[in-house]
Design a protein around this ligand. Structure first.
Ligand SMILES: CC(C)(COP(=O)(O)OP(=O)(O)OC[C@H]1O[C@@H](n2cnc3c(N)ncnc32)[C@H](O)[C@@H]1OP(=O)(O)O)[C@@H](O)C(=O)NCCC(=O)NCCS
Length: 161
């Protein structure tokens, strides 16, 4: 798909595709894309300095994903809040699937081959091979590990992350 926003991202590998509504809100120069990536109709909001967005090979998104490396300073008010931009980097490691309507916030690293379930708000790092879901996103399970009953219970109680 030819998309003017994707065209303007210069740091990208082979076969990076998207749909017509894909948008970069800010920070084309601070977006780094590997190869074999499908961005669908997502919005990437990268910063001008610290708020880079790095997406490694074989990452793909569902519909309506938002990757938000920029925000506003909540200790400021009114016009100052509107004008004060905060930036933190986002790194999505190879093979991760960010399912539909998920939001990834600044400062987060999403692990290799992990899954972010539909509708998640990711506020903290996601380990490699983890499936996370909800708002805020919590670990649901690991793809490459089998847990016994006791370990599953600890997860349910939120004791083991
Ligand atoms: C995560 C997903 C892939 C399912 O994985 P799964 O291994 O089949 O998971 P299950 O259905 O067995 O659910 C496991 C647990 O996760 C929970 N869960 C599943 N999807 C969830 C979601 N989106 N948000 C929060 N929790 C979720 C289930 O309720 C279940 O909880 P429980 O153990 O307390 O009963 C799927 O739920 C999902 O989000 N798919 C995305 C679909 C999509 O975006 N498609 C667009 C095209 S890319």
């Amino acid at each position: 798909m030819v998309n003017e926003h994707l065209e303007k991202i210069k740091n990208k590998g082979a076969w990076v595709d998207c749909e017509k509504d894909f948008q970069v809100f800010n920070g084309y120069e601070n977006i780094f894309l590997g190869s074999h990536i499908y961005l669908v109709d997502s919005i990437l909001n990268a910063g001008d300095t610290k708020g880079s967005i790095t997406i490694e090979d074989y990452v793909f998104f569902g519909h309506g994903v938002k990757i938000l490396a920029r925000g506003h300073d909540i200790t400021k008010f009114n016009q100052e809040r509107q004008e004060t931009i905060t930036e933190k980097p986002i790194h999505i490691k190879s093979g991760a699937w960010i399912a539909s309507s998920s939001i990834v916030l600044g400062g987060v690293t999403i692990g290799k081959d992990s899954v972010v379930a539909a509708g998640s708000v990711v506020t903290k790092d996601v380990p490699d091979f983890a499936v996370v879901g909800g708002n805020p996103a919590r670990i649901i399970k690991y793809i490459n590990k089998e847990f016994n009953f006791f370990q599953k219970l600890l997860f349910k109680l939120g004791i083991k992350k």
